[in-house]
Ligand binder design. Structure first.
Ligand SMILES: [Mn+2]
Length: 353
């Protein structure tokens, strides 16, 4: 691992790098706290954090010095090390460091070149190890259990917020250590908004109801979506549902390692557009999942990412019709040489509750 990071440092032509994305910090150093930076140069490996996390960092980041930023703050403490090491340049993650943090660092390191980088560390995390895959599979399995149990709780009169709270409760009482994102519970017209925030709206008979939720297991995220109908489905609801399902199944049957993101997306998009729903599928088909809920590679209209064996991907086509409602169905898969393994096993025939 450390050699790969040193190679990246070399490629960036930096003397050292700061890592601030907490998922990358965890992946590379083992430190799981949510506050702190990692610093890596040829000669030193350091976690900078504050008093609250010192013992944790010492236990988790094996082989790293742990430096308390104490009263000086990050910029001064980091700058001291850079000067001690006589470094001329320092890499920083351009999408993770705020302008204020950058400015402080620059002020302390006037003679040092700060070199922005992005993506290099995230790309280390794209291909999953068998251990990572086992955690992702278990997280998704907890999602399956949760879906089967939540069905008993859904009835007219219950609010979206109550269902969201119950999803969290069921995930956490079935082995999850937390949620991977706030659950989406969207009923009736709200289901026409792909990322609707659960509201005080009561679930009504005849509603489409979209549940998009995920949890964390040993730090790894799950992600799944099911849409059901509360009561008897109308012909239009059935037609939209079957179109989304057909699009999703086509992808699951054809996707395999080596494909390009936009070609995977196109399999689903063509089916949805041909059914007359052009303009109703405005997001990408899917994203990878790992320590973070939305990772690369992505499958979308323009994605040139190539999916490789042992990368994960969500397959989540949807149709959203204004003033009517929407349907999304999402599974999480891992790519194999000849196809994929689906980590999501919840039923997909239309459920009419
Ligand atoms: Mn997703």
């Amino acid at each position: 691992m450390i050699q790969k990071v040193l190679d990246i440092i070399k490629g960036l032509q930096c003397d050292a790098i700061l890592i601030s994305n907490r998922h990358s910090v965890r992946y590379i150093t083992g430190y799981r706290g949510d506050t702190g930076y990692a610093y890596i140069s040829q000669n030193r490996k350091i976690i900078f954090t504050d008093f609250r996390y010192i013992y944790q960092a010492q236990a988790e980041a094996v082989g790293y010095e742990v430096i308390d930023i104490a009263n000086d703050g990050y910029a001064k403490t980091i700058a001291k090390v850079v000067v001690e090491e006589n470094n001329k340049s320092l890499g920083f993650e351009e999408e993770e460091v705020s302008f204020a943090e950058y400015s402080k660092l620059k002020k302390e390191l006037e003679d040092v070149t700060l070199i922005p980088y992005h993506g290099e560390l995230a790309s280390l995390r794209m291909v999953k190890t068998s251990e990572e895959l086992s955690f992702l599979k278990e997280a998704e399995h907890i999602g399956d259990i949760t879906f089967s149990k939540i069905l008993d709780e859904i009835k007219p009169g219950v609010t979206e917020i109550e269902i969201a709270a119950k999803l969290e409760y069921i995930m956490k009482t079935n082995g999850a250590e937390g949620i991977s994102f706030d659950p989406i519970v969207a009923s009736g017209l709200n289901s026409s908004m792909p990322h609707a925030v659960p509201s005080r709206k009561k679930i009504e008979k005849g509603d489409l109801l979209t549940l998009d939720f995920g949890c964390k297991y040993n730090g790894y995220c799950s992600d799944m979506t099911r849409t059901i109908v509360v009561g008897k489905a109308s012909e239009k609801q059935k037609e939209i549902y079957q179109t989304v399902l057909e699009a999703q199944m086509a992808v699951l049957n054809q996707v395999k390692a080596g494909m390009v993101g936009r070609d995977i997306d196109k399999i689903a998009r063509d089916i949805i557009y041909k059914a007359g729903y052009e303009g109703c599928f405005g997001h990408g088909l899917g994203h990878s999942v790992g320590l973070f809920i939305h990772e690369s590679p992505r499958a979308s209209l323009k994605s040139e990412d190539i999916v490789l064996e042992n990368m994960t991907l969500t397959v989540e086509p949807g149709i959203y019709v204004k003033d009517f409602g929407g349907v999304r169905i999402e599974d999480m898969i891992v790519l194999t040489k000849d196809g994929c393994i689906n980590f999501t096993n919840s039923p997909k025939e239309l459920i009419e509750l």
